[in-house]
Write a protein that binds this ligand. Structure first.
Ligand code: ADP
Ligand code: ZN
Length: 561
């Protein structure tokens, strides 16, 4: 398929242009897939070396590769780097004037330009489209491909148009899509939207074994932060905050306490921003305090810690941001402060969104909340979120080092699985939990689905010593069936019921992390039984669960001033 001479040129360019002796991981296979004109889907964590997977093929193939990239800063970084390597790479975006634009276009038409970086907005412009039709394009790379999905953390509506535009240029153009974050749901979205069901997928583990994950309740957060950075004095780190104001405040706080810290957010002058970023890259400052505007495309290998002073909006975002630590393979610490207050704040940000967007954002946020509260190994949780099963605890996260209390369950597991099957795998974890605790008050849908008539209804209470608060009511239906409904006594403590529901939700979530249950990829929030779960029913055994962290007390106590 790939001729020997091409193979040789790949090796040669790898060394002579990029200065690398060997391919890393799956790079060689990916690059060959791209060269042979196949649609290729690359899902690898940040730092794995995705850029080379389209940059190197572009140097070998005839014509120009189009690289679609969401951020001008990102494009500029890459173009600068490639230019330094002696490759003709250019970008086409709104920052260019007319004559620069023409020069770029000439280079593309004449075929000297090997990589053309372009923002999706520019791609949709009519005259750009006309010009691209005239050019010889080798392939299209869609970088940060998760931007296509509303279920990703960085949705860009223009990304949705990419496929139509590509087809407009040339229906046969091969596509390589690349991303560092893609839950199974997002992967499906990307494939659908780019019409690349036939693509070859390269997915490497998302596990970043050298990163230590920790979540702490946000109490006396400033003191905790100072203590943490003191323990890491002289090391490079990033502290993420939610607002520009908070960024300024925390940067100031760190400076006052003798740390070399600089702020970074979109409200600063571009020059100041650039200066602060350079200072960080060149080791003139140890800590950047930033909003999430900072970091995309930043390649600093020795970042030793990433602190989320405020809770992030989604686990996708969290994983991207923490992924900037320890790129050199040496240990890094990822510390997050969690407060219910922050979650409330984040929810307020969503109030101007339309209903679908708001629901999506809320669902992503709730995954974050669950991650913070669950007592299960953080790494197992994160990897499970990205569709990877880890059979054992990692031993290198706070939940592994300082485990919460455990309890065993077997009947409980059977009960959950049976309830999910009985209700035809169409409901959420909350709904299943509410069936088990008979929580019709908070969840009247139970009645409309007649789930109160299921044998499992209310059966989940006894496991949490709440049974005595409920009374059984025998209801004669017909001769054969006697429905035993548990109804709350008149004086039932509603909090007790909610807390029991929470416990069942926790069990369900843990079963998802352990792989007995899984998410329905087409219906967000719906929980299904996996093959492992089905097998379990045939031969059940006792499973160890962890109690959740009690994070409620963080409410209103996030700030210590
Ligand atoms: P990603 O886009 O996956 O986050 P990058 O493409 O930015 O990762 O690559 C991360 C780092 O790895 C860069 O510093 C890059 O120069 C380096 N790199 C990539 N491929 C190789 C290789 N084959 N050998 C050595 N270093 C590599
Ligand atoms: Zn762990």
């Amino acid at each position: 398929m790939i001729s020997e001479s091409v193979e040789q040129r790949l090796k040669q360019n790898l060394k002579e242009i990029f200065g690398f002796d060997n391919f890393r991981g799956e790079q060689e296979k990916i690059i060959k897939s791209v060269i042979s004109g196949k649609n290729t889907f690359v899902i690898m964590p940040t730092g794995a070396g995705k850029s080379l997977c389209y940059q190197l093929p572009a140097t070998v193939l005839e014509g120009t590769a189009i690289v679609i990239s969401p951020l001008i800063a990102l494009m500029k970084n890459q173009v600068d780097q490639l230019t330094a390597y002696g490759i003709n790479a250019q970008f086409l975006n709104s920052t260019l004037n007319k004559s620069e634009m023409n020069r770029v276009k000439n280079d593309v038409i004449s075929g000297v330009c090997k990589l053309l970086y372009i923002a999706p907005e520019s791609l949709t412009k009519e005259d750009n489209l006309e010009f691209l039709k005239k050019a010889k394009i080798s392939f299209v790379a869609v970088d940060e491909a998760h931007c296509i999905s509303e279920w990703g953390h960085d949705f860009r509506p223009e990304y949705r148009k990419i496929k139509d535009i590509i087809e407009n240029i040339d229906t046969a153009l091969p596509i390589v899509a690349l991303t560092a974050t893609a839950t199974p749901k997002v992967q499906l979205d990307i494939k659908k939207s780019l019409n690349m069901d036939d693509s070859v997928i390269f997915k490497t583990s998302f596990n970043r074994a050298n990163l230590y994950y920790e979540v702490r309740p946000k109490q006396n957060a400033k003191k905790q932060l100072i203590k943490f950075v003191s323990q890491n004095r002289g090391k490079s780190g990033i502290v993420y905050c939610l607002s520009r104001k908070k960024v300024e405040e925390i940067a100031e706080l760190l400076n006052v306490n003798g740390f070399k810290a600089l702020p970074y957010h979109a409200g600063l002058d571009p020059e100041v921003r650039m200066k602060n970023q350079d200072a960080f890259l060149n080791e003139n400052c140890d800590i950047v305090v930033a909003t999430i505007a900072f970091g995309m495309g930043i390649d600093k290998p020795d970042v030793r810690f990433v602190v989320h002073y405020d809770a992030p909006k989604s686990l996708e975002g969290y994983y991207q941001e923490t992924g900037r630590a320890g790129r050199d393979g040496i240990d890094g610490t990822c510390l997050m402060f969690y407060a219910l207050d922050d979650i409330t704040k984040l929810e307020k940000f969503n109030k101007d969104k339309n209903v679908t967007e708001r629901d999506n954002a809320k669902a992503l946020l709730m995954e974050m909340v669950a991650y913070s509260s669950l007592g299960v190994c953080r790494r197992r949780q994160l990897l499970s979120y990205f569709g990877e099963q880890m059979e054992k605890d990692c031993g290198f996260c706070d939940n592994c080092k300082k485990p919460t209390k455990t309890f065993k369950g077997k009947e409980e597991v059977e009960l959950v699985i049976k309830t999910i099957l009985k209700t035809e795998q169409r409901f959420s974890a909350n709904h299943i939990a509410d069936i088990l605790t008979g929580n019709t008050k908070d969840n009247p849908a139970i009645l409309s689905y007649e789930h109160n008539k299921l044998e499992m209804f209310g059966k989940g209470l006894k496991y949490f010593n709440l049974e005595d608060k409920f009374e059984e009511e025998e209801e004669e239906d017909d001769e054969d069936t006697i429905l035993v409904n548990k109804k709350p006594k008149a004086d039932i403590n509603a909090d007790g019921r909610i807390s029991a529901s929470d416990k069942w939700v926790s069990i369900i979530r843990q079963l998802m992390v352990f792989g007995y249950l899984e998410k329905d990829i087409d219906n967000y929030g719906v929980v299904k039984v996996s093959q492992k779960g089905m097998n379990y029913l045939n031969d059940p055994y006792s499973i160890t669960f962890h109690e959740d962290h009690d994070l409620d007390e963080t409410e209103g106590s996030g700030e210590d001033d």
